[in-house]
Design a protein around this ligand. Structure first.
Ligand code: PMP
Length: 403
């Protein structure tokens, strides 16, 4: 007899359980295109050479130890990460209106940010997320005391691009002062992003409505390979004098997945509030996990603050994002060659690690059963999970499924 005798099974995590199914599949020919991590063209996980270089330097650095970091994290990292997001010359930073704390990667930053909002944001305000979004966007707000999320339209299944009209309608009908979660680039799972012009129009509506944008930047530099291009929305909103929140992750763009390296920033309109915001963010963090891990933050800070290493990192971002773009083209061409019904141009228009293929649940099941190819049941595939030698196999399976 155990006090936990009656404990029910928790619902499985759809992404993590796909990985188990894939690993346990005895088939010789199988493929996992559900992973949310970069893989090389050999299908291997990847440590960025610049990260290796910094880690090698760290091994011999006598100034490093395993003492605790401050509750708010590593100073050099906090300063540099805000500048990466909003720009070196960001007015908000120069005016001292930006508060940044280190966080347990993107997930942890969202959690701390939303708990902070549940304490200090207008009671009853709702968090809105895109109708298609990273599954944790739905789960974190209620657990952080912000209640169930609302949805705004995001994806147009016909064009396989952003449903910008629907999005604007929903954002302008949300009650004033709502919290709007936005993916600044490389939208997960659809791969559909707003154009620069659309970001500007959205910014105007958000300002008029007094909404609070909460940007979730998990892929800066990973979409186009250009850190500055990928931060357009962040830089633009901040330049308009809007108050906002930002979670940042270095999981993808530095390949620091397991090091839990990230940050939460809050831009406020008045410098005099900043010190109080910081003390309250620390109040959220301290009883949650006390202080953040040091290793990844040291790596990121070293790269961000050293121009030579920063250039190398840029080169590696171009390499990773370039390989993903090549896979998009390769898959499109393979499907066109097979004359698979439908237009596949969208594969190249979508951006970032993921693509919404338009495959239906039954088609996904069919592909899994017959071809041992694992993808999310909503038809999302990870381009990073594809390689030159597996593109044709996937295209053949998709062809078979939609015929
Ligand atoms: N936001 C989005 C949109 C993501 O896709 C991810 C990673 N899959 C994250 C946040 C957070 O990831 P992590 O906690 O590993 O930084």
């Amino acid at each position: 007899k155990s006090f936990l005798d009656g404990i029910p099974d928790a619902p499985p995590d759809p992404i993590l359980s796909l990985r188990t199914l894939y690993e346990e599949d005895p088939a010789e020919k199988k493929l996992n295109v559900s992973v949310g991590a970069y893989r090389t063209d050999e299908g291997k996980s990847y440590v960025l050479p610049v990260v290796k270089e910094v880690e090698t330097m760290m091994l011999d650095d006598p100034s490093l130890n395993h003492e605790y970091l401050p509750v708010e994290g590593l100073k050099e990292f906090r300063d540099a990460t805000a500048k990466l997001a909003f720009g070196e010359d960001s007015l908000a930073i120069r005016e001292g209106r930006c508060v940044t704390v280190q966080a347990l990667s993107g997930t942890g930053a969202l959690r701390v940010g939303l708990e902070f909002l549940s304490r200090f944001y207008a009671q009853g305000a709702k968090v809105y997320i895109p109708e298609q979004s990273w599954p944790l966007h739905r789960r974190i707000p209620p657990l952080s005391g912000m209640g169930e999320v609302g949805l705004y339209r995001y994806f147009n299944a016909d064009t396989k691009g952003v449903d910008f009209t629907g999005l604007m309608e929903d954002i302008s009908h949300a009650p004033n002062g709502s919290i709007i979660v936005l993916h600044p680039c490389a939208h997960n799972p659809t791969g559909a992003d707003l154009s620069f012009d659309e970001w500007k129009r959205l910014c105007t509506v958000i300002a008029e409505k007094g909404h609070l944008p909460f940007f979730d930047a998990a892929y800066q530099g990973f979409a186009t390979g250009d850190l500055i291009r990928d931060r357009f929305a962040l830089e633009y909103f901040a330049s308009q004098g809007i108050e906002l929140m930002l979670s940042q992750s270095y999981a993808k763009n530095m390949g620091l997945y397991g090091e839990r390296t990230g940050a939460l920033s809050v831009i406020v309109s008045d410098k005099s509030i900043v010190d109080r915001v910081l003390t309250q963010l620390k109040q959220v963090i301290r009883p949650m996990y006390s202080s953040p891990p040091a290793h990844g933050a040291r790596i990121a800070a070293t790269i961000l603050n050293n121009p030579v290493l920063f250039d190398k990192w840029n080169g590696e971002l171009k390499l990773m994002s370039g390989r993903i773009l090549e896979m998009r083209t390769a898959l499109k061409l393979a499907l066109q060659k097979l004359q698979t019904p439908g237009s596949w141009d969208f594969l190249e228009k979508q951006i970032g690690m993921f693509s919404y293929t338009g495959l239906t649940g039954p088609e996904v099941d069919f592909i899994q059963e017959k071809y041992h190819i694992y993808m999310m049941r909503n038809g999302r595939i990870s381009m990073a999970g594809l390689t030159t030698s597996t593109v044709d196999y996937l295209a053949g399976a998709m062809h078979d499924a939609v015929l």
